[in-house]
Every structure is written in C-alpha cells, then in structure tokens.
Design a protein around this ligand. Structure first.
Ligand SMILES: Cc1ncc(COP(=O)(O)O)c(C=O)c1O
Length: 395
C-alpha cells in the first residue's frame, strides 16, 4: 500500500458535486451510481488541502494577484513533466479549458466561420462552436475495431475545400484515450500552417499519461505547431481540483499571443481567484507523488476492468486508454439499439455513465466509464451491469 488511500469511500452527496448531486437533472433519476462527469472520487492531495486551508484561515478575502511563484510552478511543471519550455510571457490564466476554447473561438473567428472537430470527441467542442454561431465541420476519427487513428487525408480535404479558420484538437483525446504521436501532430501542424488554420490544442488530460508513455505537447512538435497553436491545460483533471476553476493558456507565436492576451487582460478574463492560484501552485510543486500513485492505481483498475469485462461481459470490448481515467467501452457486441443500451445502464443496472452518442454519432453503441473511483465501486458497477444484462436476456 502506498502513501495515499485510493480505496477510501468518500460520500460526496451534499457537497455540490455534479457527479452525485445532479443525477436527476441529467439522467432523470437519483438512484444511480455516478460514473460519468470527469472528476474523481479520490481525496485531493493533503498538500493542496493544507495550502488552501491556510489561506482560508486568513480572515480577509480581497482581490488576489498571481505571484511569480504561481507562474514558476506551471512553467516548472511543463518543463519537468513534459520537457516543454514555456516562458512567463507565453502563458496566462484562463477560467477553465472550455471557457478558454470559447474565448479563442470568439477572438480568432467570426460568426459563420468553420471549426474542425474530430468526433467522437468531448461534446463541448461542438456545443461551444455552435453556441457561438460558428459552423462545426467533422473529421471523424477512424476506428478499426481495436483502436482509433486520425484521418489526416480527411483533414487535408477539409482544410483545402472548406477553408475552416480553426481546429480544436484533443491531445490526449477524450473519450478514446489516445495520445497523438509526434508524426501525426507534425502533420496536423504542417497542414494547419499550409491552409491558415489556428489549432486550439486542449491538453487537459496531458498529465494523466499511463504505462509510462510520454505526452507530446502539440506546440512542441515543430516550429509550425508553435506558430499556429493555442494550448489549453489545467491542473484540474490531474489533481482532482476542477472545482477550483484554474486553467492556463500558452501561445508561443507573438502574432497570435499579443492581441489575444491583451483582449483577455482588458476584459479581465485572465484574473484568477486566490483559490485558483494557491491550489495550482500547491498541486504543481507538491502534488507529484500523489499523482504518480494515483496513476498507478488507475492502471491497476484498468487491468481489473479488462478482467471482469472479459469474464462477465464478453460482448463488451474495453478500449484501453493511453491516458486518463476514462474508459471507452464498445458495447456494439450487445446488439442493442443505442436507446436500449442506455436503458440497460440507467434503468436496469442503475449506473450513470456518459452515453457515447453525446460525443458524436460515431459514439453510438459506446459508453464512457469514469474509473476515477475506488476499485470496489468499479467492481460493483460491472457486476451490476452483468446482472442487469442477464436479467434483460432472460426477459
Ligand atoms: C477534453 C476536455 N476538455 C475540457 C474539459 C473541461 O475542462 P474545464 O472544466 O476546465 O472547462 C474536459 C472535462 O472533462 C475534457 O475532457
């Protein structure tokens, strides 16, 4: 047993956690086990909690600045964990990665402009684009039944024929768990530069690489990638602190960065709360051992999921993630309609997973399982699913 107890069951009811307190709103009933929205049920590192508690104890909660040590903690982390050199002036605070995408869309594109996404992909990419009256152009990933790859020919066709202004890259890619290779990222960058497309690279899952695999920050793979990209990241997924609302944005190219950062600054979109800066600094400077242990725990849970599914749910295929605590389940072998699949999970097994179709039509027949919970919970959920399936088959 390590230093931290990821087996600990923590009751999150009444804490305002969407995962458990918003079930009715999203699933139409409360009696479900929450395995959906991408946060974890693990206790946050004691170092982060102590840093926040110390500040909360101070009786004055006035306007907060961002000290140099906060910026150093982010750039130090990116250099240490991802071998990526980022200068102070290349980085700013943003109030969330989805909000960062929204800000970039609003700043760099106009109404009616086209934005490329690659479904199945994190659904706010589409919602934010369409919600701002921009037009989504899909370049779906290619699935060969075992793994996914990017359709680079499709991407070039779209860049050439549809003249999009922006592409939203998910690196690593939620929900299929892929870290894109350097070759693929270099090709995306080459195409983006050739056709004048700005690439927003969402790297929120970057710190959650599994099995010792490296993450490749898009902006680091070539001079073209640095030139065309806006990178968004955060300690939120990494350290289970999404509720602190702390994210960052890196732009290497001064021609993109200077006007964008100026606009963020005059509108005060780059003004953090003290909770954000203190939580982030504590995470990046003192949270590393917690993270490494947590990732090991997740790897062990994936092995158990694979084992239980192979034994009790053989018609479901587990797509093993290279990154993060989200497991993409190919449920098409159950030969159910997508509606029947959702009824099986929600009404019969009482499990709240993300419905694969929310990530795009390509996700129909798939479900996304959040395994950021104690293993006993994940075991119980898969056993409940197997029992529910047996009861449906017996009907
Ligand atoms: C790819 C991706 N981007 C962004 C987010 C959300 O980030 P934020 O809460 O900072 O908007 C998530 C959360 O699941 C995600 O998976």
């Amino acid at each position: 047993m390590g230093k931290y107890n990821f087996d600990q069951l923590i009751d999150r009811h009444g804490s305002g956690a969407m995962k458990v307190d918003s079930l009715n709103e999203f699933f139409g009933r409360d009696d479900l086990l929450g395995l959906w929205i991408a946060d974890m049920d693990f206790a946050v590192s004691p170092r982060i909690r102590e840093a926040l508690s110390r500040r909360i104890e101070h009786p004055v909660y006035g306007y907060a600045g961002a000290p140099q040590s906060y910026w150093d903690s982010i750039t130090g982390w990116l250099a240490r964990r991802h071998n990526w050199n980022v200068k102070r002036e290349e980085i700013t605070y943003i109030p969330g990665v989805v909000k960062g995408i929204a800000l970039a869309i609003n700043f760099f594109t106009q109404r009616g402009d086209k934005v490329v996404i690659q479904p199945p992909v994190y659904h706010p990419f589409r919602m934010v684009t369409e919600g701002n009256d921009r037009v989504v152009v899909n370049n779906p990933l290619i699935f060969d039944g075992e793994s996914y790859r990017m359709d680079l020919e499709g991407l070039e066709r779209i860049f050439r024929d549809e003249h999009p202004k922006m592409m939203i890259l998910c690196n690593p890619h939620n929900p299929v768990g892929i870290q894109w290779s350097v070759d693929v990222l270099q090709e995306v960058a080459r195409l983006a530069k050739k056709y004048g497309v700005t690439v927003v690279s969402d790297e929120i899952h970057a710190d959650l690489m599994l099995y010792g695999k490296p993450h490749f920050p898009f902006a680091s793979v070539s001079p073209e990638a640095a030139e065309v990209s806006i990178t968004l990241g955060a300690p939120s997924k990494t350290f289970n602190i999404a509720g602190l609302v702390s994210s960052w944005c890196v732009v290497k190219n001064p021609k993109l960065r200077e006007p964008f950062f100026h606009w963020l600054m005059v509108n005060e979109f780059d003004a953090p709360t003290f909770i954000a800066t203190i939580g982030t600094e504590a995470a990046y400077t003192q949270g590393e051992d917690w993270l490494d242990e947590m990732l090991e725990y997740i790897e062990g849970t994936i092995a158990e999921v694979e084992e239980i599914v192979a034994e009790k749910l053989p018609d479901i295929k587990v797509i093993r993630p290279e990154a993060s605590f989200l497991v993409w389940l190919d449920c098409r072998g159950l030969c159910m309609s997508h509606d029947e699949l959702i009824k099986l999970f929600v009404n019969k097994a009482h499990l709240a997973l993300n419905d694969g179709a929310m990530f795009g039509a390509e996700g129909s027949g798939f479900m996304r399982l959040n395994i950021g919970s104690p293993r006993s919970v994940i075991r119980y959920s898969l056993e409940s699913l197997a029992d529910a399936l047996a009861s449906v088959c017996a009907e």
